[in-house]
Ligand binder design. Structure first.
Ligand code: ADP
Ligand code: MG
Length: 461
């Protein structure tokens, strides 16, 4: 099913696979021969996922060295080839397979394993701190309270930061962790990792260690809590961890892509605990914030590479206004433009920039009517079959109209085609939906917010 539309910014579902040798070449350029030959050349690509890569390295020592020195640059570099990436994991590949098996067995038996791997995977990233988090209208309140939490532990407990993908939640949580880590026992973990350790501990019959480990922190930071949706036993464990931490007065900080009450398939008692402290929002960035972030990033790149990078104000404004979804994408786009300008050794004019952006957007926007229908029905927590049904009750009709509206705005499908995909409706129904949602999106804040969150979800994959 090859439905790539060249003239359009949306491409088919097909995943792009990375060309590792091309990336290696770029490492050589960026890091220089010496570092490349001693370290980077030995890294292999093992597996590619939508948002992360598994890279192979020869030893533990090698991995630690790379992680402590080059990880951020490596990630940045690879992102130039695949914007949706946001982390890298390493796997140690011993040359001798047998050795590897033995190592695995040994590892499984190691009692300290939870601690070990948590420390490896959940290290705070020193680059995501308060100093380089830029304040704007959309994150003002979230930033202020994140700082207040650091000054007055347990005053706002839990602090719950919510906002769409790529808007700076992880950055803020990290910054809090960094600010507090010297004087507190800080535990930072994503909900996904929390589950991973939970399951592993159950399998190994080692729940006692698991519980101890998490409950002894004095600052517990958990990222992307929406991940616990629908996972009953994980919720149970989280609930108890949460309560015992609160009881002993630990500060809890949580992030999520939506407000506590909007979490689907999460127990009510958890939702109410999560809303029991302070809930702060991060909204999509406005133009001003985007320009500030671009300028700051350019400054960082210049310091890093000791090179002068010149982007005209016109180009900066163009990138800021073109990048519609989130800050992660904005930075990805900028990196791409800068990489292009460095490789070709010229400062870019607006047309170069347009060409490059077209390319970048092609890579990241994979939107189909099916996908829109799935994301929208999930978002509103209704069955897809209901959303497509003929029933006209508002809780079904609105999501249906939103899905039609987005299908019109985000895919190249014609009105009749969209109508057909919605259980054979007439194109006039689609027109009506587009008009209604357009009007509501101008008047109604809730609608504005819903649309922006759904767009982010769509662009996330
Ligand atoms: P989220 O966790 O909400 O999906 P992240 O925290 O991962 O988003 O942010 C995405 C990228 O944008 C990161 O590189 C982060 O450093 C950057 N970023 C987000 N907000 C800001 C900000 N206000 N100032 C500087 N960088 C930001
Ligand atoms: Mg995040």
């Amino acid at each position: 099913m090859d439905n790539i539309k060249k003239q359009n910014t949306y491409v088919s579902e097909e995943e792009k696979t990375l060309d590792w040798s091309e990336i290696q070449t770029s490492f050589k350029k960026t890091f220089g021969d010496e570092i490349y030959n001693s370290w980077l050349q030995k890294i292999s690509l093992i597996k590619e996922f939508n948002d992360y890569l598994v890279l192979g390295v020869p030893t533990r020592f090698f991995r630690d060295w790379i992680v402590s020195r080059y990880l951020d640059k490596i990630l940045e570099q690879v992102k130039n080839y695949k914007l949706s990436l946001n982390r890298i994991e390493f796997k140690i590949i011993e040359e001798n397979k047998q050795n590897q098996e033995l190592l695995k067995l040994n590892e499984i038996n190691k009692v300290s394993e939870i601690k070990d791997s948590i420390l490896n995977y959940n290290r705070l990233n020193s680059n995501l701190n308060f100093e380089n988090f830029i304040r704007g209208k959309s994150n003002d309140i979230a930033l202020s309270y994140s700082k207040k939490v650091c000054d007055q532990l347990s005053r706002y407990n839990p602090l719950y930061v919510c906002g769409g993908v790529g808007l700076g939640k992880t950055h803020l949580l990290n910054a809090i962790g960094l600010a507090l880590q010297n004087e507190n026992n800080v535990m930072y973990i994503s909900a996904e990792r929390f589950m991973y350790h939970f399951i592993k501990s159950i399998k190994k019959n080692d729940m006692v260690n698991f519980k101890d480990f998490f409950r002894k922190s004095s600052v517990f930071i958990i990222d992307d809590i929406q991940f616990i949706s629908g996972k009953e036993s994980l919720q149970e464990e989280f609930f108890h961890t949460f309560n015992s931490l609160m009881e002993k007065g630990s500060q809890i900080i949580i992030s999520s892509d939506r407000t506590p009450m909007k979490l689907d398939r999460v127990q009510d008692r958890i939702k109410s605990r999560l809303s029991g402290g302070l809930v702060v929002d991060i909204d999509p960035p406005d133009f001003d914030l985007k320009v500030k972030i671009i300028n700051k990033k350019i400054e960082e790149i210049q310091n890093q590479f000791k090179e002068n990078i010149i982007l005209s104000q016109e180009v900066v404004n163009y990138i800021a206004s073109e990048s519609k979804t989130n800050i992660r994408e904005l930075i990805g786009v900028l990196n791409r433009v800068v990489a292009f300008s460095r490789v070709n050794n010229k400062s870019l004019n607006i047309n170069d920039c347009k060409n490059i952006l077209k390319d970048v957007f092609n890579q990241i926007r994979v939107i189909t009517v099916d996908k829109i229908q799935n994301v929208v029905s999930n978002y509103f927590n209704i069955a897809l079959s209901e959303m497509l049904s003929q029933r006209r009750s508002r809780p079904l009709a609105r999501p249906r109209q939103i899905a039609m509206y987005l299908a019109k705005k985000m895919t190249s499908r014609s009105l009749p085609e969209i109508g057909r995909r919605f259980a054979n409706r007439d194109h006039t129904t689609v027109i009506h939906a587009v008009k209604t949602i357009t009007r509501l999106s101008e008047q109604d804040d809730e609608m504005k917010k819903n649309l922006s969150q759904i767009r982010s979800l769509l662009l996330e994959q």
